[in-house]
Ligand binder design. Sequence first.
Ligand code: COA
Length: 326
Amino acid sequence: MSPAAVLAAVGAALPPHTVSNDDLAARMDTSDEWIRSRTGITSRHVAGIDQSTADLAVQAAAQALNGSYSPGVDALVVATTTPDRCCPATAPTVAARLGLTGVPAHDVAAGCTGFLYALATAAGLIAAGTAETVLVIGADRLASLPRPDDRTTVPLFGDGAGAVLLRRGDADEAGALAPIVLGSDGTCADLIAAACPGTLHMGGADVFRHAVERMSTASRRAATAAGWDLAAVDRLVPHQANSRITSFVARRLGVPDARRLSNVAHVGNTGGASIPLLLTQAHADGRLQSGHRTLLTAFGAGLPWGAVALTWPDLTHPTEGAGHDR
Ligand code: COA
């Protein structure tokens, strides 16, 4: 049996500057009431021009490594839609700044589903024997993508980063990723798109429908792949596109709303950072606890989607096999 990828640590970073709905209403034709009722978002963190995607990624990764008992990192994957430069990729720079020069490091581009694609990549590196520990980072500066006066997109997005450390382990231990479900539909690539370089355009209503449908279907398949009944899911961790989308997904899956984790009110849609950022916050404030059957799902520009199940591990104590000799 090939080794499993096991979650061993989490970390996150948010730029300090926040922009409220009222701040937006002061500079464009919108209102707090409109944004909150359509999206559940009240404010978002926005990076200054001096804070790059790599800066956010390094900060989130450093926090994950601080809380980890693993002696090293063998590989690094960054999921981002907003790399600091078109070329080269962000990951080698992030690795070097973390003191990991020499490890394999590359970016994954899969929109807001990027983190789940990066998890799959990392799990593959572990299964292939290329790495025993992989740092997976989702980092995005989506707030800078829309045209600054576009009221249909500006309110939705924020900046941030989240990171998890995966280590080689066994499929039956807490934290092991069940088979990861992924998919994409490039025939709808124009529904959320930004030219290179250029500003973001989005067909909001169509995106909404696809997001609900794809995340629900992927979640069902991921639960089945894990051998779970959906009624057994303790925590649903959907990509934080907006709260109407995620509550529709929960309803479709029959997951009670109290089990649907959310932080969108204060961070907006942070793209690849969305899920690991939420995992880190929910772990820190106790919404996610050891033993919780946790289902992650995402959807994004492209249109890619994905889902994966894991039982939340005890991240407060070193686990057997958490370390390894390099
Ligand atoms: N403030 C005030 N009015 C706004 C507005 C804003 N920020 N943005 C749009 N409007 C207006 C529209 O211009 C439209 O006016 P009109 O009827 O006079 O033409 C009206 O509000 C309704 O627009 P509509 O786009 O139909 O609203 P909606 O109920 O579909 O909500 C979204 C818009 C974007 C919130 C919704 O479509 C959505 O959540 N889509 C998914 C977006 C997403 O999550 N993308 C990322 C996926 S990873």
